[in-house]
Design a protein. Structure first.
Length: 161
C-alpha cells in the first residue's frame, strides 16, 4: 500500500501537531556534535542559562513548509523539564515559526502527548482522526500514538524528500 503521508501534509484539513526538539529546533551542541546531556543535566543548564532557545536557529525546511499554512491548524506538544523551558520554547516558536502561543502545549512525560492530541481532536469533532497529524523525531513516541489512537504519525524524515 502506498503511503499517503505527503497527501496529509498538503491537505488543508489536516491539523499539524509538532514536537520541538529535533523537529522544529535542531539538537546541536558545540561545533561538531549533537546535544547529548541527560534530562538532569539539561534541567540544570536551563536553570543557569538565561534563554537557551534564543541561541537556537530554526530549521529552514520546516520554516518553508509552515510559511503558507493556516497557523490556527498548527500545534506543538513538547516535553519539558519545567515551565521556564516551556516559556523559552514558546518564544522561539512565535519568533521563528509564528506559532500561536495558545496552540503550544507542554508535557512532562512523552506518553502524555497522546492525551494532548486527544484534547486537540476535541476542537474538531467532525474531523476524521487521521487528519490529526503528529510529527515527531522519536520512533517510540510515534509508535505509542500509532498503537493507541487513529491519529496519523509522521517521522521528521518525511520532510526530507
Amino acid at each position: 500500500m502506498k503511503s499517503k503521508i505527503q497527501d496529509l501534509l498538503k491537505d488543508k484539513k489536516s491539523i499539524l501537531v509538532f514536537d520541538v526538539d529535533g523537529v522544529l529546533a535542531p539538537i546541536e551542541d558545540g561545533e561538531y556534535n549533537h546535544y547529548s546531556d541527560s534530562d538532569e543535566e539539561w534541567a540544570k543548564k536551563l536553570e543557569t542559562e538565561i534563554d537557551f532557545y534564543s541561541k537556537v536557529r530554526p530549521i529552514k525546511t520546516m520554516q518553508d513548509y509552515l510559511k503558507d499554512k493556516d497557523m490556527e491548524r498548527v500545534y506543538v506538544i513538547t516535553k519539558v523539564m519545567h515551565n521556564k523551558e516551556f516559556l523559552q520554547k514558546q518564544s522561539f516558536l512565535k519568533k521563528n515559526y509564528n506559532i500561536n502561543e495558545d496552540n503550544c502545549y507542554m508535557v512532562f512525560k512523552d506518553r502524555d502527548k497522546l492525551l494532548i492530541l486527544e484534547e486537540i481532536k476535541d476542537n474538531y469533532p467532525d474531523l476524521d482522526d487521521h487528519y490529526i497529524v503528529f510529527v515527531d523525531d522519536t520512533v517510540e513516541n510515534l509508535t505509542y500514538v500509532m498503537n493507541n489512537s487513529n491519529f496519523s504519525t509522521v517521522h521528521i524524515t518525511s520532510f526530507m524528500k
